[in-house]
Design a protein around this ligand. Sequence first.
Ligand code: AQP
Length: 331
Amino acid sequence: MQRIFSGIQPSGIPTLGNYLGAIQNWVGLQQDHECIWCVVDLHAITVFQDPKGLTAATREMAATLLACGVDPVKHVLFLQSSVRAHVQLAWIFNCVARLGWLNRMTQFKDKAGKDRENASAGLYVYPNLMAADIHAYHATRVPVGDDQKQHLELANDIAQKFNHDYGVEFFKNIEPLIMGPAARVMSLRDGTKKMSKSDPSDQSRINLNDDADTIALKIRRAKTDPEPLPSETEGLVDRPEARNLVGIYAALADTDHAGVLREHGGKGFGAFKQSLADLLVEKISPISQETTRLLADPSALDAILHKGSERAAAIADPIVAEAERLVGFLK
Ligand code: AQP
């Protein structure tokens, strides 16, 4: 059975983008894979997080994952900062990865923005930690949104260089699993920008804890263009906002762009947005209700995460100890 690893940052309330680009796929993959799911709090602090807010967001993220159907018994759900192997391997990878490789990472450029000099060193080496997250488990498949593909290519470059430098076949090749018509969900305010939980505008995204009225309002206000929906997918070219809403609908209704346009092509956005809001409420309300129920008992939630961290460490510790031995550390 293939081992899967994936992580999500507790850097805010999880969004529809996280759900359609990652979490929904995680749940499906649990059927026939061995899965390790991680709340990556070490990654979250590459951008400053208020400590109390981080603690709350970490529990909220774990509860949301459980509410979406992540199974902490058959699979593993844990916190990254609780398993030391991640930072131990990340340091080795900091020494393997080349500056030229990191300089090409578009996410760093996007997140650091114009004030690059003021970005944290952690944000710059984020892809090395992500490579360590995966290789510490010898995972070979990683479900991610389209935005993370470049980081996985870097994780493979790091593995190859490590294997080459130390003359071993130790770290494995990773295959990204990028799935579904909404592999990249875009902002509701700008169809060329990714929907993000840390976007300063709450109107840019659907949060998985938004209530029905908030969802309907955000969708009504979502940016669109004046044309009705086309009947063919070619008609979505150069219409990023229309394409985004159709992609979201397709992912929620388990169809593709063409399927949505067969049903809704020719309609104005008023009618389409109403159908989309109804579908979103139908999918998201049960998740937010279950999340609220789980958050009411923080000790039970913490116990699930603690157990998960023990099981994760039992897999990662021997792999990372072997990597340290290969490097030449006296063990
Ligand atoms: N808009 C998106 N569309 C599709 N997939 C997405 N993912 C994130 N945004 C979208 C996928 O969600 C997983 C977890 O992401 P993350 O929290 O680790 O980091 P991120 O990609 O940086 O997500 P955000 O929401 O944009 O967080 P912030 O605002 O903190 O940077 C990944 O698999 C990602 O592909």
